[in-house]
Design a protein around this ligand. Structure first.
Ligand code: MF3
Ligand code: CO
Length: 237
């Protein structure tokens, strides 16, 4: 799982370098497919429940599961890129939100808060906590910054399948759910909206957008719970 997730992280790092005004998310998709062929790994999302692309590229008010398109990114956009692979029987999964050129202060704060909420949850991904302690930590932090957490999508266990038990909501009361144990591998993925938490799905059947059309950000890491903390697997080698 370390190997699979390292590949995911490498791709996300490459894509971050490509993101700038004038680039299309379809170009990111093409680069990702080339990388997968070269590394002989399978993009995990393509074909998953009929999802048509290797990447999810969700721009601005798009929350998750945005399709790559031929629209050029413009300065001020934010783009959430979610990517997974299957390699040697095991899945990797991670996501980042990347600014396009100079963005508004609100967008900056949204991105920073979402990433920080992930790291706050990771501090609790250790055997002394229960699952919903992570959920609660994310929600409390995000709401302290006057943003909202998406309820309709959750993090998940991951391993020989992309989505395994348990589901990991990004909100909830602390002290519930399974106690974390060494060896559990979790994909933790806060999705944070600048406005209300409500989302809707566009006519393509996939793209989730904020109901109020304000911005949304998404970060995800796959981590392994250890005796005394957790190890982030989705970091470049
Ligand atoms: N990181 C997302 C998830 O864990 C991406 C899934 S996209 C899909 O659900 F296309 F595979 F559904
Ligand atoms: Co995921």
């Amino acid at each position: 799982m370390r190997a699979s997730n390292a590949i995911v992280a490498e791709v996300l790092a490459e894509l971050r370098l490509m993101v700038k005004p004038g680039v299309t998310t379809m170009e990111l998709e093409e680069a990702t497919n080339r990388f997968c062929s070269k590394k002989k790994v399978r993009p995990a999302f393509k074909g998953y429940r009929g999802y048509p692309y290797a990447l999810c590229a969700s721009v601005n008010e798009q929350v998750v599961h945005g399709f790559p398109t031929l629209r050029e990114l413009v300065q001020g956009d934010i783009v959430s890129i979610d990517f997974g692979v299957l390699h040697d029987g095991y899945y990797g999964d991670a996501a980042v939100t990347i600014p396009v050129g100079t963005i508004t202060q609100e967008a900056e704060l949204l991105i920073r808060t979402t990433e920080e909420s992930l790291y706050i949850a990771l501090k609790k991904a250790t055997p002394q906590y229960r699952l919903s302690d992570l959920s609660h930590a994310i929600q409390s932090y995000v709401e302290s910054k006057k943003f909202s957490v998406v309820r309709q999508f959750v993090g998940h266990g991951i391993g020989k399948s992309l989505h395994e038990e348990p589901q990991i909501p990004n909100f909830g009361r602390p002290g519930r759910g399974v106690r974390l144990r060494p060896g559990m591998v979790l994909a933790i993925e806060p999705m944070v909206n600048a406005g209300g938490y409500e989302v809707e799905i566009l006519g393509d059947g996939w793209t989730a957008v904020t109901k109020d059309r304000r911005l949304s950000a998404h970060f995800e890491h796959t981590v392994a719970v250890t005796e005394n903390g957790c190890r982030i697997l989705s970091l470049a080698a």
